[in-house]
Write a protein that binds this ligand. Structure first.
Ligand SMILES: C[S@@+](CC[C@H](N)C(=O)[O-])C[C@H]1O[C@@H](n2cnc3c(N)ncnc32)[C@H](O)[C@@H]1O
Length: 418
């Protein structure tokens, strides 16, 4: 992907921050004087050290100062505000990583964005999604994402409470929808949740569908059912009280901003014909004449006899939760001492949606990137991508999936250890 000016500005702005943050994670002692910080940060950023001493008049008094040192110190203060570093008591100008800075599931603070990694096709940013996408002004063809669900028992990364859910999703998605091309699509992978302490299902999916229509002008194209081999549940209501059924599916809610101009194309996801259908074609199609459904369906002599390239998929996708790519990601994350993501999407599902809803080289965005499944699907399908994720371990662990991709470059090489 060739970065446009606005993308480049964003990348530059966040790069130096990463080098300053990375500098604190580098020394074995975990401590740095400001002098050491300057040296390590410029070294990491590939900036000539002599630039540190280039002075320019600043302020009303026109006092000569090093702009580069000021920029580094400014980012140092951002790290302090983030709670990632703190002053070492009794040592002037010496800072070190805080316990939170060394801890797991470190969430980035609002307004700060750190470039995680990039490839020739895209970039993943450790950031709250709105910080990045509110500044984004490049066309997006597809938003493919699994947002956090409104769970009463939140996952490790946190889940918004149900009362705030519609606002949270609409506010997160709105800047992306603003950049959606005509006929562009949004897919939200979401599952049912239950009313607190009740076997009744929440209607948040219906409410969200209406909110996206009314607030963001998105039309519901389909509720694609993703059927999988989920473990049995809800235990309380199905196995214990025996008044519910086990859950077997989640939704891929598919929306479009202009349905008549929708850029989806099912010819990109045709499936092989069944043996029975192949035989039907060989026979020259139906040999009978019948009318079903009060005249709604006519079977004529020769119906379904035309050879076609493949079968148009139904809106029920059977995709197993067992995913080799996710297994490899989780293994690698654990080896690196990172927390692996606990709610990942199978790669196969993401690839199918990416292929169906975009053409090669078109840009796909995932504001809730997690282990970076959507970006990885884009890599394999040759689509451009942009993703954000606000938890450090997920961005860092997800990056490992891309090490063999063309143009791969890790920027977030902060080694946070206990
Ligand atoms: C359901 S997970 C996504 C999983 C992903 N599809 C995968 O396959 O790994 C949702 C992710 O959104 C992240 N998240 C939540 N709020 C966020 C925000 N405001 N900005 C960026 N990421 C956020 C969470 O940390 C979590 O990793």
């Amino acid at each position: 992907m060739v970065l446009s000016t606005s993308q480049q500005q964003l990348a530059n702005q966040i790069d130096l921050f990463e080098h300053v943050a990375g500098a604190y994670a580098q020394p074995i002692s975990g401590r740095l004087t400001n002098k050491e910080l300057y040296r390590i940060a410029v070294g990491r950023a590939g900036i000539e050290a002599s630039n540190l001493n280039r002075k320019t008049p600043v302020g009303q008094a026109g006092k000569e100062r090093s702009i580069l040192k000021r920029q580094i110190r400014w980012r140092q203060q951002t790290l302090r505000q983030l709670g990632i570093i703190e002053r070492v008591e009794g040592m002037r100008g010496v800072w070190e990583l805080t316990q939170a800075g060394k801890s797991k599931l470190l969430k980035i603070r609002d307004g700060i964005s750190v470039l995680g990694f990039r490839t020739d096709l895209g970039m993943a940013i450790w950031s709250n999604c709105t910080s990045v996408f509110s500044k984004w002004d490049e066309p997006i063809f597809l938003v493919l994402t699994s947002p956090p669900y409104p769970l009463s028992q939140p996952r490790a990364y946190g889940n918004p409470p149900i009362e705030e859910y519609l606002d949270f999703i609409c506010q997160s998605i709105e800047p992306l929808v603003r950049n959606l091309v005509k006929g562009g699509n949004v897919v939200l992978s979401l599952g049912d949740v239950f009313e607190q302490g009740s076997p009744a299902k929440s209607t948040y999916i219906e409410e969200l569908t209406i909110a996206l229509r009314k607030r963001l002008g998105l039309y519901l194209m389909n509720r694609i059912v993703w059927e999988s081999n989920k473990p049995p549940g809800p235990i309380q209501w199905a196995s214990k009280q025996r008044m519910q059924l086990n859950e077997g599916y989640e939704f891929c809610l598919w929306f479009c901003n202009d349905p008549n101009a929708c850029i989806a194309d099912n010819r990109r996801v045709l499936e092989p014909h069944t043996e029975a259908h192949k035989k039907l074609i060989e026979r020259g199609g139906e040999q009978r004449v019948a009318i079903h459904g009060d005249g709604a369906y006519h079977i004529r002599h020769g119906s379904y006899g035309q050879p076609t390239v493949g079968r148009i998929p139904r809106n029920v996708f059977h995709v197993s939760n067992h995913c080799a790519s996710q297994r490899a990601y989780k293994k690698r994350a654990k080896e690196m001492g990172l927390v692996p993501h606990g709610a990942t999407m199978p790669l196969k599902l993401a690839r199918k949606l990416v292929r169906f809803l975009t053409d090669v080289e078109q840009t796909v965005a995932d504001p809730f990137g997690g282990s970076m499944t959507t970006p990885f699907a884009c890599e394999l399908e040759n689509r451009s991508w942009i993703a954000t994720e606000n938890v450090f371990d997920y961005v860092r662990g997800g990056a490992e999936r891309f090490v063999d991709r063309p143009g791969y470059e890790l920027r977030l090489n902060i080694e946070l250890t206990d």
